[in-house]
Design a protein around this ligand. Structure first.
Ligand code: ARG
Length: 658
């Protein structure tokens, strides 16, 4: 039962005669920020009184008069300018928490309106190694799939792998010209990745070299312009000062870009072998593009190479997903849609939705200057065409009600255009939603890079997290003592390794999920694995601690669960923990309201904190009576189940001993 939702519905009824849209005012019932104001607070009287020009306190009293919550709450309390404070009745809460303890779903009712969701997530471009940028989509998407399924929706997690893009032209070109056969035989994916990096570095080198003189020229001109404006500017003119500030910062950015370009060029120039390669193929970018075009046009050799590369790349991806415990129901890459694209364009044209414009085929959308290009002048189909074909497939095959795209915010414009084009094309019954997210930043607040300036590989990131977690596990175990104070580590080598994997991977996932997905965040190893604070480690500790209580007391959890002794809320601390546990259902419902896993991490953090206070204040194994002991053990068990279930919905595992 979602108590918040229940209270809102009671308020909606009570507000009927005061507002035209009672639901929106009923939504102003919120969990209280501070327990001294009760468990829930309704803030609807003030805005409503303002609208109807009445006294808010009097209005609050009238609302309370019509409010029927006597079964759940104490007499509502009106405070300050007209807040309505609600406190759950202790009897009711006690019964409720006992119901939760006996409920496998921990109070989370399955949805009454199940829908079919396709969740498009992860979607890396293969043949390039997976990097830290792929983490967010994979982790957020996986968690949303888990929560939606738990609520009883039908969910198809679909990995829309980029397996047909221009990177293949680069790899094929590299394969034909720069292959290290021995390396390919021993580590094919590593060698393909090296070829990709090499070809893109060389193309970049030529492009940057060609661009640099113009950049320098612009810098000179802008510098002069800024200097002369500076000399002429009136210091009292605010507007001019602001413009100057802006011009100066643009100058700074340009300088930085030139510095980076120079570094790229130097990296090749200072390496005689690289430089010789670069000089041997000044037209490398064009030649790589031609390889892509040949692949797409069905060239036999390039298709054979592609068919050789793909299974190896997919296997490498799979081992990453196994490690991350991330699963898909469907993995149709962009290549799957390739044969369908000509029909998509033909259909769009036939329906008058797409038109030819300067040799390209475009969908023009109201309110958008830029057209949505579905076929380029050279006949090639685009990322956009593929995405349209994908929508058609998902609607026809799965009857998708909703398609979620868990993709970087930088693709926002693409999705805006895609959704309106799909709408025009006739897919208006399917809800299309870009679940966008920000960037992971380094300490310098720029996209997270390695010391040498490369993107951080996902595998090395996970490896490092596990190494760091292992150090924590070792230290933890080595400091354990027996009853006589002698060192008594409990865990064998392989057990420690397994726990380190759970803590390391969990730490990375949680550190990502706990942020509002739309913000950028700074990656921090220390914050990620800290054992206090808002981290997976802290939650995993809380879980293991409960398991430890049962172990030390030699108590079987199942036996406690089925004991006829009921949970009794004997103190404020126990009551507070019970209220917190009863909010699990609210948290889960709120996650899917706007697809935000951080609502669940916030909830779990508050739950672990509430448990920690309880644990410090209420003796469990040494409780005064047997009844109280069982009652508290039941609360412990329920807490552990909520924590484990919550973490599971985030894709994070728990372990009975840390
Ligand atoms: N492969 C794309 C990229 O790495 C992401 C694909 C997202 N999904 C989609 N249907 N466009 O940028």
């Amino acid at each position: 039962m979602n108590i918040l939702r229940e209270l809102r519905s009671r308020f909606k009824t009570a507000l009927q005669e005061f507002a035209d849209d009672p639901a929106s005012f009923a939504n102003l019932v919120r969990p209280s920020q501070d327990a001294k104001f009760g468990d829930f607070q309704a803030n609807c009287a003030m805005p409503l009184a303002k609208k109807t020009k009445t006294n808010p306190r009097e209005l609050a009293a009238q609302i309370v008069e019509r409010l029927d919550v006597a079964d759940l709450c104490e007499e509502p309390d009106i405070a300050g300018p007209g807040f309505i404070n609600l406190r759950l009745k202790n009897d009711w809460l006690q019964q409720h928490v006992n119901r939760l303890a006996g409920d496998e779903r921990l109070g989370v009712a399955p949805t009454v309106a199940p829908r079919t969701f396709v969740v498009d997530f992860s979607a890396p471009n293969v043949a390039k190694p997976m990097h830290v940028g792929h983490l967010r989509s994979s982790v957020i998407g996986d968690s949303l799939c888990r929560v939606l399924s738990f609520l009883g929706h039908k969910v198809i997690g679909d990995n829309h792998i980029g397996d047909w893009g221009t990177q293949f032209g680069m790899i094929i070109f590299g394969f034909k010209n720069f292959l290290d056969e021995t390396a390919y035989a021993s580590d094919p994916v590593g060698e393909l990745a090296r070829l990709y990096r090499l070809v893109s570095q060389l193309s970049d080198y030529h492009a940057t070299k060609a661009r640099l003189p113009t950049m320098r020229e612009t810098l000179g001109e802008n510098q002069q312009a800024v200097e002369s404006t500076e000399a002429a500017a009136d210091p009292a003119d605010k507007k001019a000062r602001k413009a100057l500030g802006k011009a100066r910062s643009e100058l700074g950015e340009l300088k930085q870009a030139i510095g980076e370009s120079e570094k790229k060029i130097e990296a090749v120039d200072n390496d005689s072998a690289l430089k010789a390669l670069a000089e041997s193929c000044p037209d490398i970018a064009d030649r790589a593009r031609q390889e892509t075009a040949k692949l797409h046009a069905g060239d036999e050799e390039n298709n054979r190479l592609w068919n050789d590369f793909i299974p190896q790349c997919l296997a490498a991806l799979q081992s990453m997903y196994d490690r991350l415990d991330i699963h898909f129901d469907e993995s149709l890459g962009e290549s799957y849609y390739n044969p369908l694209l000509a029909d998509v364009v033909a259909d769009l044209k036939q329906k008058g939705i797409a038109t030819e414009s300067e040799g390209a085929v475009c969908v023009f959308l109201e309110g958008n200057a830029a057209p949505f290009i579905v076929q380029k002048t050279d006949g090639a189909f685009t990322y956009a065409t593929t995405d349209l074909a994908t929508i058609k497939h998902r609607v026809e095959k799965f009857q998708a009600d909703v398609i979620l795209y868990v993709v970087d915010a930088r693709q926002g414009e693409h999705f805006k255009l895609l959704f309106s084009a799909a709408n025009k094309w006739g897919y208006s019954d399917t809800e299309l939603r870009h679940v966008s997210f920000g960037t992971i930043l380094g300490n310098d607040r720029r996209p997270f890079k390695t010391r040498s300036g490369d993107t951080v590989g996902l595998e090395s990131l996970i490896d490092e997290a596990v190494v760091r977690a292992r150090a924590i596990v070792d230290e933890n175990d080595q400091t354990k003592k027996d009853a006589d104070g002698n060192p008594a580590p409990e865990r064998a080598e392989d057990e420690r390794a397994a726990v380190a994997e759970i803590v390391g991977v969990g730490g990375i996932k949680y550190a990502d999920l706990r942020h509002n997905r739309e913000s950028d965040y700074v990656f921090s190893w220390d914050k990620m694995l800290a054992n206090t604070g808002d981290t997976a480690t802290y939650m995993q500790y809380a879980y293991a601690r409960v398991c430890g209580i049962f172990r030390r007391g030699n108590v079987d959890r199942e036996t406690v669960r089925s004991s006829p002794v009921a949970i009794e809320l004997a103190s404020d601390t126990e009551r507070a923990l019970a209220v917190q546990l009863s909010r699990f259902s609210e948290a889960i419902d709120s996650v899917v309201f706007d697809y935000r896993p951080n609502i669940l991490t916030d909830y779990l953090f508050a739950t672990a904190n509430s448990f920690s206070t309880f644990f410090a204040e209420c003796p469990v194994l040494k409780a005064e009576t047997d009844e109280l002991r069982t009652s508290r053990l039941k609360l412990c068990d329920l807490t552990a189940r909520v924590l484990a279930q919550g973490l599971q919905l985030l894709g994070i595992q728990t372990t009975e001993r840390m």
